[in-house]
Design a protein around this ligand. Structure first.
Ligand SMILES: *Cc1c(COP(=O)(O)O)cnc(C)c1O
Length: 362
């Protein structure tokens, strides 16, 4: 496939080529079905098999304990900003939000519409360029939950440990941009959610992994589609699920399992991010924006001495087949998103391109 360029987009993002090839091959007619996945009833046996396999592969890949439900919802991670507090922030309690970036800001904004919130560990004063230390985190005793953003897609920071939340307070993670990028102990969380379009599949499907006991908090008075318990009772099929998205997500997870699982992909991700940060640190020409101990392995953010030089770099890189390197409009600069499916060769080639750009412009 010589006409595929290197796609550094933050999301929707690159998918594994073998997955795209399988989707293409089976798009007109699923083997043994004779129709495409988009044309069959979600109540049919073939689709039951597809969603069942997707869930089973997710459970096997991440070792998800039996007392957790795996849900395939819609509305993106953004709807989870509302569903989490609507379901879990019960009367008289407070929800703690760890403020590490723009997505955490948005999550908090929705929670405030529902009930009492408490902000902790904000690193806004340094432009969200780091993850807070344990000493900076103050939790509300008996909080409804603590919300964290596992990887800050826009600012390029990532948690490399878990916050030490009080016992009996569930930890809720927005893992949209680093889910399944390495081993994860789901039992440490009450709920994990992720829009699929960064590390799992196409847009339109949102993965929610939730501990059984938390479903008891969902009030009967909630709108049906906003109620986790309803989605869990109905196996994500209270209404028509995002069938195509579930299908592709299932193939991505199968691809991960066939390629060394989470340990395997963690090693690849460490090599890719390591090579890129090493180049960024080499001479001082490049200016990586995240503090070294908080750097993201998924979204590598960096600047140059002037905005003119940044513009030139993005323009020349794009022309050379490195697409999507412009930073988020809120922060400027550059961002190389190198999710699970991003090929290692693309990082090697980008580093060589950067080396040459520095030689000419340094
Ligand atoms: C992209 C992103 C979101 C928003 O996801 P949508 O699926 O577009 O709603 C939320 N949180 C994080 C960390 C993200 O990277």
């Amino acid at each position: 496939m010589t006409d595929r360029i290197y796609n550094f987009s933050a999301g929707p993002a690159v998918l594994p080529l073998p997955v795209l090839e399988e989707v293409q091959r089976d798009l007109i007619a699923l083997p043994g079905v004779g129709m495409s996945v988009m044309e069959i009833s979600h109540r049919s046996a073939p689709f039951e098999a597809i969603i069942g396999a997707a869930e089973a592969d997710i459970r096997a890949l991440a070792g998800i304990p039996d007392n957790y439900k795996v849900l395939f919802l819609q509305g993106g991670a953004t709807l989870q900003f509302s569903m989490v507090p609507l379901n879990l922030l019960t009367e008289g309690r407070t929800a703690d939000y760890i403020m590490t970036g723009s997505w955490a800001d948005k999550a908090l904004k929705e929670a405030k519409r529902v009930g009492a919130t408490h902000e902790t560990g904000s690193t806004a004063d340094t432009g969200y360029n780091r993850i807070p230390t344990d000493a900076e985190l103050e939790f509300t005793p008996g909080a409804a939950y603590v919300h964290m953003t596992a990887n800050n897609t826009i600012e390029g920071t990532e948690w490399h440990r878990l916050p030490q939340v009080p016992e009996d307070v569930p930890l809720v993670a927005d893992a949209s941009s680093d889910i399944f990028s390495g081993p994860v102990d789901i039992s440490k969380f009450g709920l994990v959610y992720a829009g699929a379009q960064k590390n799992l599949g196409p847009s339109g499907v949102t993965l929610v992994i939730v501990r059984d006991d938390l479903l008891a908090r969902s009030a009967k008075s909630l709108h049906t589609m906003l109620n986790y318990a309803v989605h869990a009772e109905n196996g994500s099929m209270y209404n028509t699920p995002p069938a195509f998205g579930v299908y592709v997500l299932g193939l991505v997870v199968k691809w991960l399992r066939a390629n060394g699982g989470l340990e395997g992909i963690a090693a690849v991700n460490a090599r890719k991010a390591g090579a890129l940060y090493a180049e960024l640190d080499r001479t001082g020409f490049w200016k990586p924006t995240a503090q070294p101990d908080s750097r993201s392995q998924m979204n590598v953010t960096f600047r140059l001495a002037t905005e003119d030089l940044e513009k030139r770099f993005v323009k020349e890189a794009t022309a050379a087949g490195f697409d999507g390197l412009k930073g988020h409009r809120a922060v400027g600069g550059m961002r190389a998103s190198i999710y699970n499916a991003f090929p290692e060769q693309g990082v090697t080639d980008l580093v060589a391109f950067m080396r040459e750009f520095e030689r000419v412009n340094g």
